[in-house]
Design a protein around this ligand. Structure first.
Ligand SMILES: [Zn+2]
Length: 328
């Protein structure tokens, strides 16, 4: 037998197996997505997203306190307004009394070191449920969409967010947000994380249930990327790097590992994030409940595959579980 054909000597021990990883999952790499609603006392389970809830601002201390103690370092906030007057331009998105801005202030006051990212989009706040603004002929109107999204991002920055993360996929919004941050004195205070390669995926169902953000007509295929579009994803990543994004994100994660690897190459000097989305999480939990695999083993296998592909930041609903599992 050829001497170099024997590999098993290199990973016969749990410790030597751990050395085979080029990067290891740590608590710092986890960002927890949380849903904030406008009833300050809300604690409402989301049927299609196991063990996740919509939270009111008054409940955040009891909800997040134990997680911060276990090593939670960052959250990303999604606003779920249920009692606001939605309109064409998403006016409630930057309402100073809205749930996201109230939550930023609350979290900053409770845990000054907890890193707060805010998802920035209009779809939870527009009457039509889309992520941009429309011309009278029903097509997307790019310049006012980017301008409006930049206004919302700036409002979250002013409220104290450490990071703004536009998920709308409107062309030109990264440049517009970066310009607004710089012009208003937030250029060196706030991170701009772009959902650069966000695909029109079947895996967003539970999120729409959680956020109440299904579009009133049509779908999002004119702005989210077609799942087959590797070239378009590469162009979007390069564009967002050039427009001033500080972090690049790929979403969803598991079906797009090749895109994550491409992003690692194209944005090699940037942190790379991915979002293990609601449908991926629900699918993994459902498979475990059906006896297909062990939940923890599968959660590690999927998230470690994202680390292996190049991610240094992972948005996942498994964050509370990993905070425990990584201690064992
Ligand atoms: Zn949206």
């Amino acid at each position: 037998m050829d001497i170099s054909s024997i590999l098993q000597g290199g990973y016969q021990h749990p410790l030597s197996r751990s050395w085979q990883a080029q990067r290891t999952l740590t608590k710092n790499m986890l960002m927890y997505p949380i849903f904030i609603t406008d009833d300050p006392d809300a604690h409402v389970e989301i049927a299609s997203l196991p063990s996740q809830c919509r939270w009111g601002v008054n409940k955040l201390e009891d909800f997040l306190g134990p997680l911060v103690k276990k090593g939670l370092r960052s959250v990303i906030l999604f606003g779920v307004p249920l009692n606001c007057n939605k309109d064409e331009r998403g006016t409630p998105a930057d309402d100073p009394n809205g749930p996201v801005i109230a939550a930023i202030r609350k979290i900053r006051s409770l845990w000054p070191d907890l890193y707060i990212a805010c998802d920035v989009c209009l779809c939870e706040y527009t009457s039509h449920g889309h992520c941009g603004l429309f011309r009278p002929d029903g097509t997307l109107d790019q310049p006012p969409s980017a301008a409006r999204i930049a206004e919302v991002a700036l409002a979250y920055a002013r409220a104290g967010a450490h990071c703004v993360a536009p998920s709308d996929m409107m062309d030109g919004r990264i440049k517009a947000i970066k310009r607004a941050l710089i012009d208003n004195g937030y250029g060196n205070k706030v991170t701009l994380m772009s959902y650069s390669a966000k695909f029109a995926s079947a895996l967003y169902g539970p999120f729409r249930d959680a956020a109440g953000s299904a579009p009133a007509f049509g779908d999002r295929k004119c702005y989210q990327l077609p799942p087959t579009a590797k070239g378009l994803a590469r162009r979007a990543i390069k564009r967002d790097v050039n427009e001033g994004a500080d972090i690049i994100m790929v979403k969803p994660a598991l079906p797009y590992l090749d895109i994550i690897q491409d992003a690692k190459e194209l944005a090699s000097d940037h942190p790379l994030a991915c979002y293990q989305v609601s449908g991926e999480f629900a699918m993994i939990v459902a498979g475990a409940r059906a006896g297909v695999y062990d939940l923890r083993t599968m959660a590690f296998e999927t998230v470690e595959s994202l680390v292996r592909a190049g991610c240094t930041l992972i948005l996942t609903y498994f964050t509370p579980d990993f905070l425990e599992w990584l201690d064992e």
